[in-house]
Design a protein around this ligand. Structure first.
Ligand SMILES: [Zn+2]
Length: 166
């Protein structure tokens, strides 16, 4: 179920117990309970002339699939800032997050399940350029959306955008 096997408080190996109606990892020495938490990601929905910006991932997992510029939110960072930061890192574009458009759950990422917060972003400046994280950066009209999209969360967001006609 989880990769955590030792107590966060005392270092004792955790054991599985039924607690609050489900199996949880519990420390037999001090009673500490491991509650797995969802990861939080932030994504930038950038639309230019009715076309959606997608990046082709250069690294695993989901290498060679198209996704929105996105990444994990740091613990000391508001998610809207994370979307702006990831957009800059992955596309070279400076953007401003204008509004939260969607929150989707994903459970198909080998690094863990999570919530993806999607922000409609406006371009402030910069030029799109491929980099270590994005092999290719392109704009897609609704009818051009590629089939090889990144994981379930991104797929849900992109297909919703496509369904709504961009
Ligand atoms: Zn313990």
């Amino acid at each position: 179920m989880s990769s955590v096997h030792y107590c966060f408080q005392c270092g004792t190996a955790l054991t599985s117990r039924i607690l609050e109606g489900r199996e949880r990892e519990v420390c037999p020495a001090c009673g500490w309970v491991h509650y797995p938490q969802l990861k939080v990601g932030a994504a930038a929905q950038i639309v230019v002339d009715g076309r959606l910006l997608l990046c082709m991932r250069a690294s695993t997992p989901f290498r060679d699939t198209w996704n929105l510029p996105a990444g994990y939110v740091e613990a000391d960072e508001p998610p809207a800032r994370a979307a702006e930061r990831e957009a800059l890192e992955e596309t070279g574009l400076r953007v401003r997050a204008r509004r939260l458009v969607e929150a989707v759950y994903f459970d198909d990422d080998p690094r863990g399940s999570g919530i993806l917060l999607v922000y409609a972003c406006e371009i402030l400046g910069g030029e799109p350029r491929p980099n270590a994280e994005s092999r290719e950066i392109r704009l897609f009209a609704p009818q051009e959306i590629p089939a090889n999209l990144c994981g379930a969360g991104y797929r849900e967001v992109v297909l919703r955008w496509q369904r709504e006609g961009g």
